[in-house]
Write a new protein. Structure first.
Ligand SMILES: C[S@@+](CC[C@H](N)C(=O)[O-])C[C@H]1O[C@@H](n2cnc3c(N)ncnc32)[C@H](O)[C@@H]1O
Length: 308
C-alpha cells in the first residue's frame, strides 16, 4: 500500500484537511496545549522551523482570539522562521532562513527588544532535518536544531517564558534534560497522541525560563563553534562552567565519529575543573543532584579513555 493511501487513512490527516490546517502537525501543538496550557497569557511567540505553517496557524488562532479588542490584537506578535518560504498568514511575520546561522538568529532577536515587557513568552520549534536513517546522526542533527532554538530562546524569552521543541527520543535524554534544566524550572518530555506511535519523535515542554546568574546569552552552532572558546570569549564564569552546550546523539549509544569528535578536545582536567566550580556555585541542590550524575558519567568515561 502506498504512502499516500496510508496517510489518508490517518484520522489527524483527515481532520487537518477538514479543519483547514496546513499539516496534521497542528494537532501535536494543540495536544501539547491541552496537556500543558502553553498558550495561557501568551501574546508574543516565535515559531521556529515553521513551514508549511500549521503551528503558526494554531498560534494565530489562539493568540489572535476573536474576543480580543483591536488594541489587544495589535500587541500580539508571532514570528515564524523556516528555511523554506511559506504562504503568508495574517498576523504572522515571516523570516526565511536557517536557524543554525547567526544572521537568522540575529534577525529573529531583532524583532524583540531587550525590554522584559516586550520579549517573547513562548518559543516553539518543530524542526526536523532531512532524516538519513542513521539513528545517531539523525538524533545529532535534531539536537543541533534544538541547541540553536534554545540559544535563540535565551535572547528572546522573558523570565518565566516557555519553550517547546521536537526531539528524537534516545535511550538517554539525560544531557538534554540537564541543559534544559539550566534554563527552565520545569522540564517534561511529552508524546502527543497525534504523534505517530511508530515515530521516535517527542517534544520537550519547558516552562519557567530563567537565565542562570551571570550567564551571557550566546548564539551557538554546535557543528561550527568551539563551544569552550566561545564560552571563554564572553568572560562569564557561568558560561564557562555550565555543562557544554553541545548537540550530541545518545550518550550510551554507538556515536558516529563526527559526533564523538565534538567532545574530543575537552580533557578530563577540564571536566573535573568544571565539576568543582559547579559544585561550589550557588546553584540549587536539586540542580546539583541532576548534574552530579552527568558529570560523574563524563569523568568516569574520560578516566577510562586516559587509562587505555
Ligand atoms: C516538520 S516540518 C515543520 C512543520 C510545521 N511545524 C507545521 O506545523 O507546518 C520541519 C521544518 O523544519 C525546517 N527546518 C529544518 N532545518 C531547519 C533549519 N536549520 N532552519 C530553519 N528551518 C529548518 C524544514 O524546512 C521544515 O519546514
Amino acid at each position: 500500500m502506498g504512502k499516500t493511501s496510508k496517510d489518508k487513512r490517518d484520522v489527524y490527516y483527515r481532520l487537518a484537511k477538514e479543519e483547514g490546517w496546513r499539516a496534521r502537525s497542528a494537532f501535536k501543538l494543540l495536544h501539547i496545549e491541552q496537556a500543558f496550557g502553553i498558550f495561557d497569557g501568551v501574546q508574543r511567540a516565535v515559531d521556529l522551523c515553521a513551514a508549511p505553517g500549521s503551528w503558526s496557524q494554531v498560534l494565530a488562532k489562539k493568540l489572535l482570539r476573536s474576543s480580543l479588542t483591536d488594541d489587544e490584537k495589535l500587541a500580539v506578535k508571532i514570528i515564524a522562521v523556516d528555511l523554506q518560504a511559506m504562504a503568508p498568514l495574517p498576523g504572522v511575520v515571516q523570516i526565511q532562513g536557517d536557524i543554525t546561522k547567526e544572521s537568522t538568529a540575529e534577525a529573529i532577536i531583532g524583532h524583540f527588544s531587550s525590554d522584559a515587557q516586550q520579549k517573547a513568552q513562548l518559543v516553539v520549534c518543530d524542526g526536523a532535518p532531512d532524516v538519513t536513517g542513521v539513528h545517531e546522526m539523525d538524533e545529532y542533527m535534531q539536537n543541533q536544531l534544538i541547541v540553536s532554538a534554545l540559544s535563540i530562546a535565551t535572547f528572546v524569552l522573558e523570565p518565566g517564558g516557555k519553550f517547546v521543541a521536537k526531539i528524537f527520543k534516545g535511550n538517554d535524554n539525560c544531557l538534554l534534560e540537564s541543559q534544559m534544566r539550566t534554563f527552565f524550572t520545569n522540564f517534561c518530555i511529552f508524546k502527543p497522541p497525534s504523534s505517530r506511535p511508530s515515530s521516535i519523535e517527542a517534544f520537550v515542554v519547558c516552562s519557567g525560563f530563567r537565565l542562570p546568574t551571570g550567564y551571557i546569552p550566546q548564539i551557538i552552532n554546535p557543528a561550527r563553534d568551539d563551544i569552550r572558546a566561545l564560552s571563554l570569549k564572553t568572560g562569564s564564569e557561568t558560561n564557562r562552567r555550565l555543562v557544554p552546550f553541545i548537540a550530541c546523539g545518545d550518550l550510551n549509544g554507538s556515536l558516529g565519529d563526527d559526533v564523538v569528535g565534538l567532545m574530543d578536545d575537552i580533557t578530563l582536567e577540564d571536566v573535573e575543573m568544571a565539576y568543582d566550580s559547579f559544585m561550589k556555585s550557588d546553584s540549587t541542590d536539586d540542580f546539583k543532584d541532576v548534574l552530579n550524575d552527568v558529570f560523574q558519567q563524563e569523568i568516569a568515561q574520560r578516566k577510562k579513555q586516559t587509562s587505555q
